[in-house]
Design a protein around this ligand. Structure first.
Ligand SMILES: Cc1cc2nc3c(=O)[nH]c(=O)nc-3n(C[C@H](O)[C@H](O)[C@H](O)COP(=O)(O)OP(=O)(O)OC[C@H]3O[C@@H](n4cnc5c(N)ncnc54)[C@H](O)[C@@H]3O)c2cc1C
Length: 314
């Protein structure tokens, strides 16, 4: 069943999607949002958010996302608790895009805002789930502050791991960097920074195999993958820094992406390579990956979409 034509459809309900919805709704675009499998996005999986402006005492992730949802609904955003299964995106300006959702509904729209986020990769250990938010994190900028003055470990050998380790070294007493291979994949500059930081200890050929602790992490169990010797590190936090996977499968072969799968947008805008298709938040940002930057680009996407619709349809 095809519904009436919409001005904009927003795919994803994290900070980028909800901010786009607030701006689009207040611009009279009557936005339709599809929440996906994780209504509220990544922040619904965390407890304290202390770095989003406007909350001097901090707020829990789920509460903050409820506020964003209410604000979007207040101006008339129509929210569907479904996920998008297919998109047929127009390649010429002024043509309609078709979006198909999990209930089989088809919707035609003048513009699309993609805010499907990126998912942090984990090692797949049961203990990562057991201690999620209680000593296991995938974001040093987000959670490092909670471990200030305490020892932590970082897992990974690339640029992200090196950056997370040097960031944490400023807050924590000791940082152990667990690297599977005998070298870091990080850039030379980042490697130097790691090796020149006195409270970072790089443990080559070491892998995380488990975590221990009463309710929160107290120890990391590690194995030397050459000698198979198992040892323990007394740490209060473990940061998994082995990369992210942008949620962009829907757009494979259709929208321009980088090597990892992040959507590529035109500089200083949220425009993708197709007219009327905009991207906001972590799905197009492999650098900052913060709620505030996602919200900022969500605002930009709504403004870009509004301008596009006004130019080509009204
Ligand atoms: C544990 C944790 C703690 C964090 N703490 C902080 C913090 O303290 N401060 C901070 O600034 N940042 C923090 N972050 C990072 C922050 O959560 C992200 O930067 C932010 O959520 C990105 O927002 P987004 O809107 O781009 O995407 P996301 O929040 O990732 O939302 C993506 C949305 O897309 C939807 N989606 C995906 N595929 C589909 C589909 N096919 N159809 C429809 N919808 C789809 C999902 O259901 C979801 O709603 C944390 C992240 C994690 C994981």
């Amino acid at each position: 069943m095809i519904e009436t034509i919409k001005d904009t459809v927003i795919i994803g309900s994290g900070p980028a999607g909800y901010t786009a919805a607030i701006y689009a709704a207040r611009a009279n675009m009557n936005p339709v949002m599809y929440t996906g499998m994780q209504p509220g996005g990544q922040l619904t999986t965390t407890t304290d958010v202390e770095n989003f402006p406007g909350y001097p005492d901090g707020i829990t992730g789920p509460e903050m996302m409820e506020h964003l949802q209410k604000q979007a609904e207040r101006f008339g955003t129509q929210i569907h608790y479904e996920y998008i299964t297919n998109v047929i995106l127009a390649t010429e300006p002024g043509k309609l895009h078709t979006i198909k959702s999990s209930s089989g509904q088809e919707i035609q729209t003048r513009s699309v805002i993609i805010s499907t986020g990126a998912t942090a990769k984990y090692l797949g250990l049961d203990d990562e789930t057991k201690y999620a938010g209680s000593g296991v994190s995938a974001c040093a900028t987000c959670d490092g502050f909670f471990y200030r003055g305490r020892p932590v470990a970082v897992v990974g050998g690339g640029d992200t791991a090196a950056e997370e380790a040097t960031y944490l070294a400023k807050l924590c007493t000791q940082v152990y960097l667990l690297v599977r291979k005998d070298e870091l994949k990080a850039s030379k500059v980042m490697q130097e920074r790691v090796f020149n930081t006195p409270n970072i200890t790089v443990l080559f050929h070491h892998e995380l195999v488990g975590l221990e602790g009463d309710k929160v992490v107290e120890k990391a169990k590690i194995v030397n993958n050459q000698t198979h010797e198992i040892s323990e590190l007394a740490v209060d936090g473990v940061f998994i820094a082995i990369g992210h996977k942008p949620n962009t499968e829907l757009f494979n072969g259709v929208l321009k992406m980088d090597d990892i799968g992040y959507l590529i947008t035109e500089e200083k805008t949220t425009k993708t390579n197709l007219p009327g298709v905009f991207a906001a938040g972590d799905v197009q940002d492999n650098v900052y990956r913060q709620a505030i930057t996602a919200a900022g680009t969500g605002c930009m996407a709504a403004l870009d979409a509004e301008k596009y619709v006004a130019e080509f349809f009204h």
